[in-house]
Design a protein around this ligand. Sequence first.
Ligand code: ZN
Ligand code: ZN
Length: 345
Amino acid sequence: MKTAILTAPGRIEIRESGVPEIRNQDDVLLRTALVSICGSDVHYFSEPRVGDLDLRYPVRLGHECAAVVEAVGPGVSRVKPGDRVSVEPAVSCGRCDQCLAGRPHTCRDLRFLGSPGQLDGSLAEFIVMPERNCHALPEGMDLAGGVLAEPLSIGLWAVDLAGGIKGRTAAVLGAGPIGLSVCLCLQVEDARGVFVTEKVVARLEAARTAGADWIGNPLETDVVAGILAREPLGLDLVFECCGQQEAIDQAVSLLKPGATLVMVGIPLEERISFDIGRLRRKELRVQNVRRQNHCLDRALDLMASRAIEAGFMATHTFPFGRVQEAFETVFDRRDGVIKAMISIA
Ligand SMILES: [Zn+2]
Ligand SMILES: [Zn+2]
């Protein structure tokens, strides 16, 4: 089968490899159909060191994925060959304290699809995943919906962790696919006002489509002053979705006393800082978000019922042979790209 392999920083090659085998009773062999590129994939693509992890090449990336079931192990009952599925990329152990406490996303022995040193990614014609990681696509949903369910599920989890949204004000700092997903989920929960900031013009405009009531570009205007002019008492919630120190400082300025900062973005640096005096005097709560927990089916259902229309995020589709160009397009934020999809079939 064909695979796409990161062989050096900025360099992806198509290589041949053996088709993976069903080894466990509950394994499912999946024919990969569509994979989208995540911000985290682009970190690995461009940087030999991400956070505290030194990359060892070759690496096979990809974790946002829709696929068709090719074959199943003898213990599989929920899916059958021919079914179209959205893939939950986190494989948890099912036995540790975190799994038993209903937190498989912080499993002590978590293996994540396309995470270097954990599991080979979905940029390949076939992958094997446990049955519990295969979520059937609702009737009529296209493959892009099956792929977008993954980033959307992170938006849902971030909004869940923030607590009651209805009637409250929120800012989303950073309108990449995750920030836009948060924005879409805030609409579903009836936020009273959603303020979005973003430096890339195409993404800022997409925030309008995602339901933002106010948008501002930090390169052009003082976004903190702009938002506080409309909400002088400050905001109930800020979702930091770009991993930038500058946005974290803006969040502390924007929040009202007793409010919550939800940290969704992934900083490239190992450490970030807070103005602790202001954080303390306002008694702000800081809530971190680690991917998502049990939100994939809800994301699929919300798209199937059209409560959420996420299709506008899928701006580009590349054939498998042009995977290098797809990564470069996302890295350069070229051509108004939000989500680039790679068609594997
Ligand atoms: Zn992702
Ligand atoms: Zn576990």
